[in-house]
Design a binder for this molecule. Structure first.
Ligand SMILES: Cc1cc2nc3c(=O)[nH]c(=O)nc-3n(C[C@H](O)[C@H](O)[C@H](O)COP(=O)(O)OP(=O)(O)OC[C@H]3O[C@@H](n4cnc5c(N)ncnc54)[C@H](O)[C@@H]3O)c2cc1C
Length: 384
């Protein structure tokens, strides 16, 4: 392992590989990604990988639109060969609306989305039935739908970025744990790992649920916490569901992946706010009750397995893309609060611009740490 680098990225999840890719794309040299486990071992490999552009703030709409368009062109952009398929299934995202309050907010969101070039629309129950015949519309007032939303394979997508990063000259070290960030007089000087020290004056913290621990290694405090989220997969069956279905008030999301399995999750109460990713035995029971009410034909499906991963939560449930005040050369990309996969291309683009001092093409200056001190939080109404 080389003992110097110009940029060290801690974390080989989707954020780490996209930041690495965009840094290289914009001309950076000697960029190293350090991953203590394997690529996508964290939240990335445990997530639903749903992609939606249906947000309630201009900031999130623009970031999600940029990312979705990137995924649409990823084959060319990342020069993905025939051996890998990121499985971008654009069957749309159908957000179910079951309260008058949700309906009023959704109408505002759709007007905003349409003004930004996102062609979402409001559906009545008969149109919902056409798009998702397995869905019960009992208690559903309407739906919001955008046909270019969908889902990806998180492992293949991470690999595609990682390969493009390596093709451009980047280096990835897996099984490499960072135990300390060394500093001197307010500057980053390097990282200690289980495989030796790497001297660098730029460290990027892309450690997902562990980002507060990594920041603490550098003496930086981040207003983040991690909380467990559960998810399950069923046996594979014939295609029966095209869009991702999601409901904030009924508390679930569900999709059918290309090989036929259903993947679904919901937010459970009383989950540990620490780094535990053990399975919660109460989850499959609650999930089964929720999903069979929403989609009765799924009663016959058998669950294969469940797992859990960490949501890394920020105070306003929007990401932090920021330099660290008081420590030159230390940057953080974290706090996605459950939607970091869909924003990953925007993360890579924004972080590369921040670190390299380029003008912003996306509104990332709004996502700095200073917003919490100023009390200038982002008020996103459409967050899980
Ligand atoms: C159940 C579930 C469902 C989700 N569904 C969706 C969804 O549908 N759509 C969506 O957009 N988002 C979803 N998310 C959120 C999404 O998974 C995350 O926001 C995103 O994957 C974060 O990526 P990351 O690269 O920042 O973090 P991670 O993927 O967690 O990667 C961080 C990496 O850092 C490594 N690391 C940590 N500490 C160190 C260290 N000291 N040294 C070296 N390496 C270290 C870890 O091993 C890990 O691989 C979901 C999350 C969960 C848990």
């Amino acid at each position: 392992m080389k003992n110097t680098a110009d940029y060290v990225i801690i974390g080989g999840g989707i954020s780490g590989v996209t930041i690495g890719y965009f840094l290289m794309k914009y001309g950076a040299k000697n960029v190293v990604i350090l991953e203590r486990d394997y690529l996508a071992a964290g939240a990335t490999g445990r997530c639903g990988a749903g992609i939606r552009q249906q947000w309630g703030t201009e900031l999130n709409c623009l970031m999600a639109k940029f990312s979705c368009e990137f995924f649409e062109n990823a084959k060319d952009e990342l020069e993905i060969g025939d051996g890998i398929d990121i499985e971008f299934h654009q069957g749309g995202y159908l957000l179910l609306i079951s309260t008058e309050r949700e309906l009023a907010q959704t109408k505002k969101n759709i007007a905003l989305q349409n003004s930004l070039g996102i062609a979402s629309r409001l559906l009545g129950t008969s149109e919902i039935n056409e798009i998702a015949p397995a869905l019960s519309t009992e208690g559903i007032l309407a739906g919001a739908f955008h046909e270019r939303d969908g889902h990806l394979n998180p492992f293949h997508t991470t690999q595609a970025f990682a390969r493009a990063f390596v093709r451009l000259g980047g280096i990835i070290h897996t099984n490499t744990n960072v135990s300390r960030v060394t500093t001197d007089r307010g500057r980053v000087t390097g990282v200690d790992t289980n495989r030796g020290h790497i001297a660098t004056d730029c460290v990027i913290n892309a450690a997902g649920g562990y980002s507060q621990q990594v920041a603490a290694m550098a003496g930086v405090s981040l207003p983040l916490y991690s909380v467990r989220h559960n998810i399950l997969v069923t046996e594979a069956v014939e295609r029966a569901l095209n869009p991702v279905i999601m409901s904030f008030s009924l508390n679930f999301y569900c999709q059918q992946v290309p090989h036929g399995s259903f993947i679904m999750g919901r937010t459970c109460e009383n989950q540990p706010r620490d780094l535990r990713v053990t399975a919660d035995s109460a989850f499959p029971v609650a999930m089964a009750k929720t999903i069979t009410r929403a989609m009765p034909p799924l009663k016959k499906l058998r669950m294969l397995r469940q797992w859990a991963g960490l949501y890394n939560m920020s105070p306003d449930k929007c990401p932090i893309y920021s330099a660290a005040p008081g420590l030159a050369g230390f940057y953080t990309a974290a706090g996605y609060s459950g939607h970091g996969f869909m924003l990953a291309p925007a993360t890579g683009q924004s972080m590369a611009e921040l670190i390299l001092g380029h003008a912003p093409t996306l509104p990332w200056p709004r996502l700095g740490l200073s917003r919490f001190e100023k009390g200038d939080l982002i008020l996103e109404p459409s967050v899980v």
